[in-house]
Design a protein around this ligand. Structure first.
Ligand code: UT7
Length: 329
């Protein structure tokens, strides 16, 4: 039995912060940010938690399918910026949504969160362990950004997406294949220094600004270019596909240069690559479901289309998923 995404939606906060917003706060400029990353603006929400970003997307996903929150069997929240350390954001979202028949859990795979969550959900559906799994994936990066650190604060944004995963009504469509990878040797290059059990919060950790995103950009960049391109190429090759057979690449939006390298390796022309980094920056676990949702909303996905999702992020974690799109446009 094959599982499929049966509806998709997203939510981004309404307030736009253009690159110029940073110019009187840190030593940066619009040209540097645009040419090095592809970002022009991002959305931040300085109120509420990540579940407040996920709730509108979760409600819309259910509405699209004509279902109620009580129809959900399991909620997977993919995030690294949960509302609290505990209880899980899945439990908080369950209450806000009123999905009282669902169990659920949080999944922390940073930028690969959606890919990990989608495969977890599809495996549950395929095994018969659950009928309907709600995957909510996103981050409120503004809550862990150091707005005095120009190397990181300009890169990220807030936003979330949600999908419903159910049994595919047409077994030729749905989630066809996946390659998921992890290499814990990536920890030194991308992490949050304090706040966990290794280094609990103290006055000192706060004074040292250790509760923010730390990234060694160039090291991550090199690994990301290779990692994301490798798995995206491999998933095509082992399914006997070429770039010509792919309707859309929906990549993690961390840097336009990483996206371009992946598209080149797959032999894809740019009109088949979903890019919205210019408008939202890097929303971490949010980028791929937001991009997928925008494609669906704009009726650019057709039933039967081959869609490749690809990611790379902290851990390191990375992967690619091949989907044969199953929702009518
Ligand atoms: O989503 C999670 C995974 N993350 C990623 O995939 C991100 C991967 N890394 C990247 O995308 C890139 O490495 C960055 C966009 C983060 C940085 O671009 P880069 O081309 O690797 O720049 P760099 O770090 O080598 O810095 C080049 C210069 C440095 O100045 P010097 O040493 O050459 O004088 C930086 O200090 O740019 C400087 N710089 C800035 N200048 C203006 C760094 N940040 C800024 C800034 N504005 N915001």
């Amino acid at each position: 039995m094959k599982a499929a995404i049966t509806s998709v939606a997203h939510y981004v906060p309404p307030t736009i912060y253009p690159n110029s917003w940073f110019e009187d706060k840190i030593e940066t400029n619009d040209e540097w940010i645009r040419t090095r990353t592809g970002i022009r603006e991002r959305r931040f929400s300085f109120e509420g938690g990540v579940t407040d970003l996920m709730l509108p997307a979760a409600k819309e996903v259910l509405e699209q399918r004509g279902l109620t929150p009580l129809d959900v069997d399991c909620i997977i929240v993919c995030t690294i910026t949960g509302d609290r350390v505990f209880p899980s954001s899945a439990a908080i979202l369950q209450r806000k949504l009123g999905a009282m028949n669902a169990w659920g859990f949080d999944l922390a795979a940073a930028c690969s969160g959606f890919l990990y969550g989608l495969i977890t959900a599809s495996t549950m559906v395929e095994s018969g362990a659950a009928r309907r799994v709600l995957v909510c994936s996103g981050d409120k990066m503004s809550s862990i950004l150091d707005f005095t650190d120009r190397a990181t604060c300009v890169l990220f944004g807030d936003g979330a997406g949600a999908v419903l995963v159910e049994q595919s009504s047409d077994q030729s469509l749905g989630i066809c294949d996946h390659i998921l990878r992890m290499d814990g040797n990536g920890e030194p290059y991308l992490h949050q220094k304090a706040g966990g059990s290794l280094r609990p919060p103290t006055l000192e950790t706060v004074a040292n600004r250790e509760h923010y995103v730390f990234q060694e950009g160039q090291s991550v960049f090199k690994s990301a270019v290779k990692g994301m391109a490798d798995v995206s190429y491999e998933i095509l090759e082992r399914n006997g596909l070429t770039g010509d057979d792919v309707a859309w690449l929906v990549p993690h939006q961390a840097n336009l240069r990483i996206i371009d390298a992946t598209a080149d390796r797959m032999g894809l022309t740019r009109d088949k690559v979903m890019v919205n980094i210019d408008r939202y920056g890097n929303t971490t676990a949010g980028t791929i479901p937001i991009a997928l949702s925008e494609l669906h909303r704009d009726r650019k996905l057709k039933k039967g289309d081959n869609v490749v999702l690809a990611s790379f992020g902290a851990g390191f974690t990375w992967g690619a998923i091949l989907i044969r799109w199953s929702i009518d446009s």
